[in-house]
Design a protein around this ligand. Structure first.
Ligand SMILES: Nc1ncnc2c1ncn2[C@@H]1O[C@H](COP(=O)(O)OP(=O)(O)O)[C@@H](O)[C@H]1O
Ligand SMILES: [Mg+2]
Length: 292
């Protein structure tokens, strides 16, 4: 399965609940057409990880995720030998001749993504690449340039068909140019009011139009404040769900004060909204809601 057009990307991702704007749909389409990895950079909670899941679901492909973290090295990203099992095999004399067979090979995400799969090449999500370091980036660059990995005891394993690769970064640091150059790049920004309404209606359809509009307008207005950490789309959805759980029908400064922890995750930011500030932002937000 592939996406035949940019419209198909939008509508098929839409069917999985993912709201994709035209620019994002275009790079998704191109990345698949040209067989180039897609590099998505943007603030946390703007739907970067989610789109990889949506693409896999829409195309009926397996999703393989490599979650990056500080100190991640090539061996934990590609494969490891199960030393304990090898030792036991030697002890019990079951090792026969091959200690480097599949029985003892633990495939990590990159190797897994290169193996032949039912349903064709998988979607490989390399998530939060900004958490790793330069040597790991250099290693990835190599692996992504020819879609093959080498295991000294076994030789080189070449992907029968290149996976669809999506890299994400929350931009806690700049990722090296060389890696970016290999990819198609797209900045995932906060959605505008209309798009965030669509996303909220897709993710929290139980919320009324009025509550959804107030929540989205409030969060949109909040993002214009000088905050330590601005709320992402994830926070908008969480907040709406909290309000629903509390049977809230409309926002008020009191409700906001009681539930702000769903939206802002730093005490300094929460403090800013104390006193009359929440009411002011709510008033602004209400005024910004477009009339039908
Ligand atoms: N365009 C979108 N369409 C549907 N849901 C979205 C969209 N953007 C974000 N979300 C929701 O927001 C949440 C956070 O998105 P996520 O992909 O984890 O953010 P990121 O990886 O950019 O930090 C997801 O659970 C998803 O449901
Ligand atoms: Mg993410």
């Amino acid at each position: 399965m592939t996406f035949d057009t940019i419209d198909a990307v939008q509508s098929e991702l839409g069917d999985t609940g993912y709201i994709c704007d035209r620019a994002l749909a275009t790079v998704v389409f191109l990345s698949q057409r040209l067989g180039r990895p897609l590099f998505l950079e943007g603030e946390a909670g703007t739907g970067k990880t989610e789109i990889a899941k949506a693409i896999a679901a829409a195309l009926g492909k397996r999703l393989i995720r490599l979650q990056c973290y500080e100190g991640l090295d090539a061996s934990s990203a590609v494969y490891e030998w199960n030393f304990a099992a090898q030792m036991i095999a030697i002890r019990t004399g079951e090792a026969k001749e091959n200690l480097f067979s599949d029985d003892y090979l633990i495939a990590r995400p990159l190797l897994e993504a290169m193996k032949p799969q039912e349903g064709g090449a998988p979607v490989l999500l390399i998530d939060e690449i900004d958490r790793t370091d330069a040597p790991f980036e250099a290693f990835l660059l190599e692996a992504l340039s020819d879609f093959q990995v080498t295991i000294p005891e076994r030789g080189t394993i070449v992907a029968p068909e290149p996976p669809i690769v999506i890299l994400t970064s929350n931009r806690t640091r700049e990722v090296h140019d060389a890696l970016k150059r290999r990819c198609l790049y797209h900045w995932v920004g906060y959605p505008n009011f209309e798009r965030e309404m669509e996303i909220l209606q897709s993710r929290a359809p139980e919320a009324t139009q009025q509550l959804s509009e107030e929540v989205v307008a409030f969060v949109q207005r909040l993002r214009t404040e000088d905050l330590f950490k601005k709320p992402g789309v994830a926070e908008t959805i969480d907040w709406a769900k909290c309000l629903l759980a509390l049977d809230v029908l409309t926002l008020s400064p009191e409700v906001i004060a009681d539930t702000l922890g769903a939206v802002l995750k730093y005490q300094d930011d929460i403090q800013r909204l104390q006193g009359s500030e929440a009411k002011k932002i709510l008033d602004d937000a209400r005024k910004s809601i477009p009339a039908e």
